[in-house]
Ligand binder design. Structure first.
Ligand SMILES: NC(=O)c1ccc[n+]([C@@H]2O[C@H](COP(=O)([O-])OP(=O)(O)OC[C@H]3O[C@@H](n4cnc5c(N)ncnc54)[C@H](O)[C@@H]3O)[C@@H](O)[C@H]2O)c1
Length: 321
């Protein structure tokens, strides 16, 4: 039988395809997002999906939705996600990302502790660990505001599982990319948009930062498999999974690959080496999700980038100016 699912941040890069995927599986979907961006809103097929334009920091609103719609499952993908924005506004980031998460957990605790809660944590929650790759059992040890907001919320979710018996899943993905990302300052959209405009890209970092890059549809499948596991294993309280990628590379290599796929090799990027407050190396070990759930990365970096580039070419009018 279909579930009643609430998705926060349903207009984000991850939220949009997650909403469509869950809808196709015949669930009833309720989206809570505060973005009134008309372009973002246009991109989602609203058939069979209920939208609430509101803030998950508003507990009264959350309670109303969860009770009235008899929600069984909550995916909490909504967050302030921009590393530089968080560096400038740590208070706002902590309040939104940490207190917002607590708000939802509290609603579940008060209304019905059997509601499943699936939290979008991140590889950034680990901070920088000096080892080849990160395992789910490693300590979370971050420093910068966005990263720390993820670490704190991740630990708080675990605490609600241990102390109040809530059923929580924590999903730690590497860097996601794909169609419909409106965060123009992320390296993949920024490179593509500047190449479409025939402009040289200004890379803020040294270009040497290394990350896992995962196409968003691969992440959506991982979220779905984790939800399914929670439904079928109703004894376990806490589920934690890394979702990594075979494609682990530096910013400069990634940028060169995008430019070559777009046949814009002439637009040599300019490395500013200005932003120093970022993690240098991240690599997730995702053996656990592959072993336990049979998850596999289906999209290679080249295939995923081609799809993403096509989307930005078709929708470049969204990013004029
Ligand atoms: N994109 C990545 O590379 C990546 C990697 C690992 C983890 N994550 C995590 O996955 C989740 C989704 O990431 P994304 O890339 O889709 O983000 P995004 O920035 O594209 O979307 C986030 C959405 O959350 C909404 N939102 C923020 N605060 C809100 C609030 N208080 N109330 C209601 N809506 C609010 C925004 O309006 C936005 O539509 C985030 O929690 C992020 O930390 C992202």
């Amino acid at each position: 039988m279909g579930k009643k699912i609430l998705i926060t941040g349903g207009l984000g890069l991850l939220g949009k395809p997650l909403v469509s995927f869950l809808r196709k599986k015949k669930n009833s979907i309720y989206v809570l997002d505060k973005s009134k961006n008309k372009k973002k809103n246009k991109l989602i097929n609203k058939n069979g999906i209920s939208f609430v334009y509101g803030n998950f920091q508003n507990k009264k609103l959350l309670k109303k939705i969860i009770k009235k719609k008899r929600i069984n499952i909550i995916f909490h993908t909504g967050a302030i996600t921009q590393v530089l924005e968080s560096l400038k506004n740590p208070y706002v980031t902590y309040k939104n990302n940490i207190m917002g998460t607590i708000n939802i957990l509290e609603c579940i605790r008060e209304i019905d502790p059997s509601i499943l809660f699936i939290y979008s944590s991140s590889d950034k929650a680990y901070g920088e660990i000096k080892k080849k790759n990160y395992l789910e059992g490693d300590n979370l040890n971050s420093v910068y505001p966005y990263d720390l907001s993820k670490t704190c919320s991740d630990l708080i979710c675990q605490s609600y599982g241990k102390v109040y018996n809530l059923r929580v899943a924590i999903v730690r993905c590497g860097n996601l990319y794909g169609p419909g990302d409106f965060n123009k300052n992320r390296i993949i959209p920024e490179t593509i948009i500047s190449a479409i405009k025939n402009k040289r890209l200004q890379i803020r970092s040294s270009g040497k930062l290394v990350r896992d890059y995962l196409y968003v549809d691969d992440a959506v499948r991982a979220y779905y498999m984790i939800m399914d596991k929670m439904i079928h294993n109703n004894k376990k309280k806490i589920f934690i999974y890394n979702v990594g990628s075979k494609d682990n590379l530096s910013v400069i290599k990634l940028v060169r690959l995008i430019l070559s796929l777009m046949k814009k090799n002439n637009l040599k990027p300019n490395i500013l080496n200005k932003s120093k407050q970022e993690l240098k190396f991240q690599k997730l070990n995702d053996n656990k999700i592959r072993r336990e759930l049979g998850w596999r990365q289906k999209f290679s970096l080249t295939t995923g980038l081609r799809k993403t580039i096509d989307w930005y070419k078709k929708n470049h009018s969204f990013f004029k100016g």
